[in-house]
Design a protein around this ligand. Structure first.
Ligand code: ADP
Length: 310
């Protein structure tokens, strides 16, 4: 079973308002509401791959209950810790071919909830094979909270995929507790290293050899429509993908994480893991719904991904 961690989930609301006007009332009957947050996207894609998955994290209030019931209704198991604060809404307004977003910061986690989740997480990790940790932290948690979670997964000898950025990622890289995989995109890698990183494979090979990444088994740098560049131990791989019809690329990185986690659970070889990671990412771009894939197209895309050692 794969355990996904989403510490600050949301109910994602989309309003389509073709000619949005400011400082007046706008009305719409085109409303979408769905459970969101990077880890929730990962969860849905693992479920779409027909793999067993359980979602954990913090939820609170009726929006939190809504997330649990939506996931459960779709046959996805949940094991969230209930908190006093209210789970957030995130609003996207689609207008004039543009997308304007309002993202609530979400609840503040109390010290008691902070400690309670560590115990809760340890129990959940015990019955998981692979753990994915995605996104940023809610208010109230220390910026090295993911270090604490990874210490627990390491202690229980479980594989972990970490997909986060900025100080949440750098605190893990600086700590002695390492995830099995990180999946930065090129912007996140640039932010981490404090300089613009070019996607040129020769350059990436040098960058990934940096001491900063020592102890991390897999680094998969996803490159959007240009595929990926990866390092596994001492081996480097350039991954090329076919041209596809992109409908909505949001959440592709999360779908890639789902593909990686599922490949780790199945102990796939390096090439198959990378091909699967690219396939789930691409399948996500072909769907209107964020964090969803149609597995019927899996084999066709998988067979068009090429991986070469670099
Ligand atoms: P993130 O969402 O984290 O920024 P990427 O944009 O790199 O991640 O996307 C992850 C993966 O999804 C890519 O490696 C690729 O397989 C697929 N993907 C994303 N965007 C495109 C695209 N425009 N065309 C084809 N595949 C894409």
């Amino acid at each position: 079973m794969i355990l996904t961690v989403t510490l600050n989930p949301s109910v994602d609301i989309s309003y389509t308002i073709p000619d949005l006007r400011l400082d007046t009332t706008n009305r719409t009957d085109q409303v979408g509401k769905t459970a969101g947050g990077k880890g929730i996207n990962v969860t849905r894609v693992i479920h779409d791959l027909n793999k067993a998955v359980t979602a954990t994290g913090f939820i609170g209030g009726h929006l939190g209950e809504g997330i649990v019931s939506e996931l459960n209704k779709n046959g996805i198991k949940t094991d969230f810790l209930s908190i006093e604060g209210d789970t957030r809404n995130c609003i996207a307004i689609l207008h004039d071919g543009q997308q304007t977003e309002v993202l609530e910061s979400g609840p503040t986690i109390t010290d008691k909830e902070n400690a309670a989740f560590l115990t809760h997480f340890k129990q959940a990790v015990d019955y998981a094979d692979v753990i994915t940790i995605s996104g940023s932290l809610p208010k109230g948690l220390e910026e090295d909270y993911y270090v604490k979670l990874i210490q627990i997964t390491n202690d229980l000898d479980k594989k972990t995929v970490l997909d986060t950025s900025k100080s949440n990622l750098s605190s893990v890289l600086e700590s002695p507790f390492k995830p099995t995989v990180i999946k930065p995109n090129i912007e996140e890698l640039s932010e981490l290293l404090g300089q613009k990183v070019s996607a040129d494979p020769a350059n990436l090979k040098v960058v990934l050899a940096d001491e900063l990444f020592s102890g991390i088994e897999w680094i998969v740098v996803s490159l959007g429509g240009d595929g990926a560049f990866a390092k596994h131990g001492d081996r480097y791989y350039k991954v090329s993908i076919p041209n596809i019809n992109v409908v909505n690329p949001v959440g592709s990185g999360d779908a890639t994480v789902a593909g990686i986690a599922s490949a780790l659970e199945d102990n796939l070889d390096d090439i198959s893991l990378l091909k699967q990671a690219m396939t789930t990412g691409m399948l996500n771009t072909m769907e209107r719904i964020t964090g969803h894939i149609d597995i019927n197209h899996f084999d066709d895309l998988f067979n068009h991904v090429t991986v070469s050692e670099y």
